[in-house]
Design a protein around this ligand. Structure first.
Ligand code: ADP
Ligand code: MG
Length: 238
């Protein structure tokens, strides 16, 4: 750990409950790359929400994260910031293939994540793509997935590509995010997620975020997270 990372980890979590409350912890206090800080600045993100302040330092230190926080608490940046930093620190770039994967339950949520990624990751030398099925032609997507560094995907279409797209190689994946895990399970994606996991390397960082901590979320966490390094974080937006 760098001194700054250590300091960030040692600080007590913020007492304030309101997201991004004035006087809260700033992204600029974290050991982030200039590119990410510029991206955050262009999105006008300066103070961290509670879930961000609680989870990002652990994720930056390489730990797996199981994060629970209500809708609207800022979970998207809680995983996108560490994801970008991980690839940046590894000097991951265009020709390096799939480095990070974010699984989201619906097309709409995936698109929202993609839009935030475009802002916050816009200064990085990384490509990002959405695979959510729907209108876009499958073969058209096939050309894209093999050449993309960060994919935001819904489970069904993702599995289809893992099974059918020649040259789509997830074996070097560094970061997996399961977003809205409770909804993923409520929507019946359990089996597809299990299958997706069989294509991914065990040596990776995984972040699982959920609004609620149900039994099935805990089961999925047990299956996907590294129990030796996982950090359990729960934050409330009051
Ligand atoms: P969740 O996934 O927990 O439901 P989101 O990540 O979608 O929440 O964020 C909810 C809203 O809060 C979004 O409009 C987002 O732009 C905003 N937001 C997130 N983090 C911050 C922050 N640090 N400062 C200001 N606004 C933020
Ligand atoms: Mg969300």
């Amino acid at each position: 750990l760098t001194q700054l990372e250590q300091r960030v980890l040692n600080e007590a979590p913020p007492k304030g409950t309101q997201a991004a409350a004035a006087g809260g912890r700033q992204f600029s206090q974290l050991p982030l790359s200039r590119r990410t800080l510029q991206g955050l600045e262009s999105g006008k993100f300066d103070s961290m929400t509670e879930i961000q302040a609680a989870s990002i330092p652990h994720a930056l230190a390489g730990r797996d994260v199981l994060g629970a926080a209500s809708t609207g608490s800022g979970k998207t940046l809680a995983f996108l910031v560490p994801l970008l930093e991980k690839l940046h620190r590894m000097r991951w770039t265009f020709g390096d293939g799939l480095g990070a994967l974010v699984v989201s339950p619906t097309r709409e949520l995936a698109l929202q994540i993609f839009e935030v990624l475009r802002v916050v990751g816009g200064k990085h030398l990384l490509s990002a793509g959405l695979i959510v099925g729907g209108k876009r032609d499958f073969t058209e997507e096939q050309a894209m997935v093999s050449a993309t560094n960060i994919l935001i995907a819904t489970p069904g279409r993702l599995l289809q590509h893992l099974e059918q797209t020649p040259g789509f190689d997830a074996s070097q994946l560094q970061v997996l995010v399961l977003d809205e895990a409770d909804r993923l399970l409520d929507m019946g994606f359990r089996e597809q997620l299990n299958s997706v996991l069989t294509y991914l390397p065990l040596q990776r960082q995984t972040m699982l975020f959920s609004a609620t901590q149900t039994r099935s979320v805990k089961d999925l966490a047990r299956l996907s997270l590294n129990r030796d390094t996982v950090e359990y974080i729960s934050a409330q937006l009051v």
